[in-house]
Design a binder for this molecule. Structure first.
Ligand SMILES: CSC[C@H]1O[C@@H](n2cnc3c(O)ncnc32)[C@H](O)[C@@H]1O
Ligand SMILES: [Zn+2]
Length: 433
């Protein structure tokens, strides 16, 4: 039995008006048992450990709703290209050379970066997902794992088999820290027939679908030429949306598309930095939110971003909508919701994303005793418009401290960086001499 008390400023993300400038959180094993003003809930709480952090904000751990973790090995390898040439000419040839061990170390590197920037949960899509699972289990973080499925190639059948194997081996593993979804890559890399088989298998296992949708104008053109519809209309006609679906990107949507997404309760993973860097476009986030569509925040892979820092992503998400719509669009608290409570809903996780009794103790503390956080007019505004990865002091997942005073306790960061460097350079050498 572990009993931890944290005294800090508490931003529980249970509502825009809830904030405890002097607050406390009681944690028993993996769950939060009480949250309130200091002294109001801890009176009879026997503790093993107390964190006294009066100048830190404690908030839910951030949730990255769309990434390809092992793509850290491609960071700053393939820049300044639009999506299709980037994938075809640079990314896919590199990925063809990646071994299972490369994927393990690339993922471990991603998780180190995520922990150091306050991310406790990710939704990942890649190959060799059992290696991703291994890294997540060692790191002590939480993840939803989706085997990426490219149906229009030689490996479509084997990948679908692996998606099922992944479910049987890892659904609920790590005391529930791992969950599984199916990851058909995109409507332009999977036929309609293949997508329907993926959906049938996902349904038979009771898991959701994670897919790239309407990311670029090239995609819109390809799908229009092939099927005479938008990608969203096409996926709807195939029946892909009748269950839990995370649609990544959704940049180019018609009003009809947005209505289809709303009617089917499709959740969106918004990746503003990747969308900017690949010149994909600006997703209509305010219009999606007006339709009460659940939108989470993602970084995409480190090759199209080029980091996995959700603090930076929150700032970009807000500024991009303000530039595109007007300055009142996407205020700070709404962005924080996307990175926490709405992120959890996007992933179908019911007990993370908020600091409330009964929820998992997945939380971070942010050191606010630094020049860039004074004066303290608005904590949500500081977290979205000012904070950066380096401000995160503590990370806890499932009630276990995995980073303390910025030291990751579960992975050997130096070893991970060295392995990633050697492996990425080996692949680049094989490809380019
Ligand atoms: C089959 S595993 C996943 C696959 O997706 C590729 N990928 C990374 N970023 C994007 C993106 O923004 N759009 C489409 N596909 C992307 C990744 O390189 C893997 O091959
Ligand atoms: Zn992606």
């Amino acid at each position: 039995m572990s009993r931890i008390l944290i005294r800090a400023m508490v931003l529980p993300m249970t509502g825009p008006d809830v904030f405890y400038p002097h607050g406390e959180i009681c944690i028993e094993n993996d769950r939060i048992v009480a949250v309130g003003a200091e002294g109001s809930v801890s009176e009879n709480f026997k503790t093993d450990r107390v964190f006294n952090l009066p100048n830190d904000v404690v908030m839910p751990g951030l949730i990255n709703t769309h990434t390809h973790a092992a793509m850290t090995l491609l960071r700053s390898y393939a820049d300044d290209l639009p999506l299709m040439p980037w994938l075809n000419e640079k990314v896919w040839p590199f990925e063809d050379k990646m071994t299972e061990q490369d994927i393990y170390w690339g993922t471990a590197l991603a998780i180190c970066e995520m922990i150091r920037s306050g991310t406790t949960t990710m939704l990942d899509m890649y190959a060799s997902m059992e290696k991703v699972a291994e890294a997540v289990l060692q790191a002590g973080t939480r993840a939803v794992l989706s085997r990426g499925l490219i149906g229009n190639g030689p490996n479509g059948e084997r990948a679908l088999q692996e998606a099922g194997d992944l479910f049987h081996q890892y659904q609920g593993a790590g005391g529930g820290r791992l969950k599984v979804m199916f990851g058909p890559h995109a409507p332009y890399t999977c036929s309609g027939e293949y997508l329907q088989r993926v959906k049938a298998q996902a349904d038979s296992l009771g898991v959701g679908i994670h897919i790239h949708v309407a990311e670029t104008l090239d995609e819109i053109k390809m799908i229009q030429e092939q099927y005479g519809k938008t990608p969203v209309e096409w996926l709807d006609e195939l029946g892909l949306f009748g269950g839990h679906v995370v649609a990544a990107h959704c940049v180019h949507l018609t009003a009809k598309d947005m209505d289809i997404l709303a009617r089917n309760h499709v959740c969106i993973a918004h990746n503003p930095e990747s969308n900017m860097k690949l010149n994909s476009g600006t997703a209509p986030i305010t219009e999606l939110l007006d339709r009460e569509i659940v939108v989470g925040l993602g970084t995409d892979g480190a090759s199209s971003n080029n980091n996995l820092d959700l603090f930076g992503e929150m700032r970009t998400a807000a500024f991009q909508q303000k530039l595109q719509v007007n300055s009142t669009a996407l205020p700070a608290y709404k962005v924080l919701e996307m990175a926490t409570v709405k992120g959890a809903r996007t992933l179908g996780l019911e007990d993370v994303g908020m600091l409330a009794p009964g929820f998992k103790a997945d939380l971070i503390t942010v050191d606010m005793d630094q020049p860039h956080f004074y004066p303290r007019f608005s904590i949500p505004a500081h977290l979205v418009y000012v904070a950066h990865a380096g401000d995160v002091r503590t990370v806890m997942v499932d009630g276990k401290v995995i980073m303390e005073e910025r030291k990751i306790l579960t992975l050997d960061v130096n070893k991970v960086c060295q392995e990633a460097e050697i492996r990425a350079k080996r692949i680049a050498q094989e490809l380019n001499g």
